[in-house]
Design a protein around this ligand. Structure first.
Ligand SMILES: [Fe+2]
Length: 222
């Protein structure tokens, strides 16, 4: 799948003109756009297929066309229905760091049926590829308004979704994933994204401290 095809599929039946991009209900499309751009940029730095990484980033949340809470399985089905079986994995793996069902924000699949569906696919896909990891990482610093820091984005996600018994492991895995890519790229992740607002960079330590405080607080049951 080329990135132009991925963007066309993302926009299909949702974005017909620029005004549609400004609509509140379509903000998730902009988040997908930024995840695609960020994924392509990291892949380019690593000397791997940046256009393919971009495509996977563009489509990762495509299931939100159908349903927000069920966007992971719906995205997978939508990609397959449109003939993109290989790229359908991005809709599943993007939420689970290193393709581990426990390393997810918000507690993860909340019924045995949903958990089985996801686990079976993660088993099928096996160990995370470099492309899986890139989209997982980019999902954790891309907002609908552009790039930010991991700390800013994760704090925002935890505030919205709450803290669960796997959140500490999720946050640690997030930071490890960032470190892994920084070693591979031989540069700080944020150097690659100079568009990140200065105030977000300056509040990294405060955001980190707030996440740590949240992780010590009340934990929701999964
Ligand atoms: Fe996302």
């Amino acid at each position: 799948m080329r990135s132009t095809d991925a963007l066309n599929l993302l926009y299909k039946d949702v974005i017909n003109d620029d005004n549609d991009l400004l609509k509140k209900e379509n903000k998730w499309v902009l988040h997908c756009f930024y995840v695609g751009v960020a994924s392509g940029r990291i892949a380019q730095k690593l000397g791997i297929d940046s256009d393919y990484a971009k495509a996977l980033g563009y489509v990762h949340d495509i299931g939100r066309k159908i349903s927000h809470p069920r966007h992971v399985p719906e995205g997978y089905k939508y990609m397959i229905e449109n003939g993109y079986e290989k790229e359908a994995r991005s809709c599943i793996t993007h939420s689970f760091i290193n393709n581990d069902i426990n390393l997810v924000a918000g507690g993860g699949p909340n019924t045995p049926e949903k958990r089985n569906f996801i686990q079976n696919l993660l088993d099928k896909y096996g160990e995370a590829t470099i492309y899986d990891n890139i989209v997982q990482l980019c999902d954790l610093f891309c907002l609908e308004t552009g790039f930010t820091t991991i700390e800013h984005r994760v704090l925002d996600v935890y505030r919205r979704k709450g803290i669960y018994d796997n959140s500490k492991a999720h946050f640690e895995a997030t930071l490890k994933l960032k470190e892994k890519f920084e070693k591979k790229m031989k540069c700080n992740l944020y150097y690659l994204f100079p568009e990140i607002k200065k105030e977000d960079i300056l509040s990294i330590q405060d955001d980190y401290n707030e996440i740590e405080n949240m992780l010590k607080g009340n934990i929701k049951r999964r």
